[in-house]
Design a protein. Structure first.
Length: 246
């Protein structure tokens, strides 16, 4: 996926892993205050672990309706959720163990049995709009303004168009410890860090572990402002990170 020609006044805003932290996402969006011409990129992992996965998907639906230049990537947790629902995804067998029980509970489903409610019952409880969003409207990568956005990272030395989906969704050390070889800066989530990982001109890691008690982060790549909300906070913090962006 490639971004179109941006409006001269637009910002390029990138949001890290949400993981069911809908309250923090709402606070963050209120602080960032996007305009109708801003471009928003969400890096995936909207569901699992946190208490409000269903509410996160409801909020993302509102965001996409209000801000037409919104791109949402597929994360490995959306992929597992889809697989558990019997749809287009992988690794259904580890969905519950990786925070999926919290997602099912947010839909009012009983997860007391070992395997949860099962695909048919779970699928019937998930709103059709959520199913369509998860299965049809998430992308694997996106490019704009010299940045490449992926969920987990890339396999070094391989063009973005030839990357394997499993790497885009799951890769860690092979990407984190090596030069990726792409001509752009890779912005990714998936691997939580206490602070945003700035490694220009190569990598920016934007998962700051909100669901683990850390922060939810939105990086304005146009103006160099980092917006963050601490887990449970009702206000956001901002700081200038132009130097870290290089």
């Amino acid at each position: 996926m490639s971004g179109g020609q941006p409006d001269a006044a637009s910002r390029l805003l990138c949001i890290g892993d949400v993981h069911g932290c809908a309250a923090e996402l709402s606070v963050l969006l209120g602080a960032v205050d996007p305009s109708s011409v801003d471009r928003l990129v969400f890096l995936g992992d909207y569901v699992d672990r946190g208490p409000a996965s269903k509410e996160c998907l409801d909020l993302l639906a509102d965001v996409r309706e209000t801000y037409p230049n919104t791109v949402c990537l597929r994360g490995n947790h959306e992929d597992m959720f889809l697989a558990y629902l019997g749809l287009d995804g992988h690794h259904a067998e580890v969905f519950l163990a990786n925070g999926g029980a919290a997602t099912l509970r947010s839909y009012g489903l009983d997860v007391s049995s070992r395997h949860g409610p099962g695909a048919e019952r779970a699928r019937a409880q998930v709103a059709p709009a959520h199913l369509a969003f998860l299965s049809e409207q998430l992308v694997m990568h996106h490019s704009a303004d010299g940045y490449t956005f992926v969920h987990a990272g890339v396999r070094p030395g391989i063009p973005i168009e030839r990357q394997e989906a499993d790497d885009l969704l799951w890769i860690r050390e092979a990407f984190l410890s090596a030069e990726h070889g792409l001509p752009s800066t890779v912005v990714f989530g998936h691997t939580p860090h206490r602070e945003v990982l700035f490694d220009p001109p190569r990598k920016i890691g934007l998962d700051t572990g909100c669901v683990y008690g850390g922060r939810l982060s939105c990086l304005d790549l146009t103006t160099g402002v980092l917006h963050q909300v601490v887990r449970g906070a009702r206000n956001a913090m901002q700081r200038d990170v132009r130097r870290q962006l290089g």
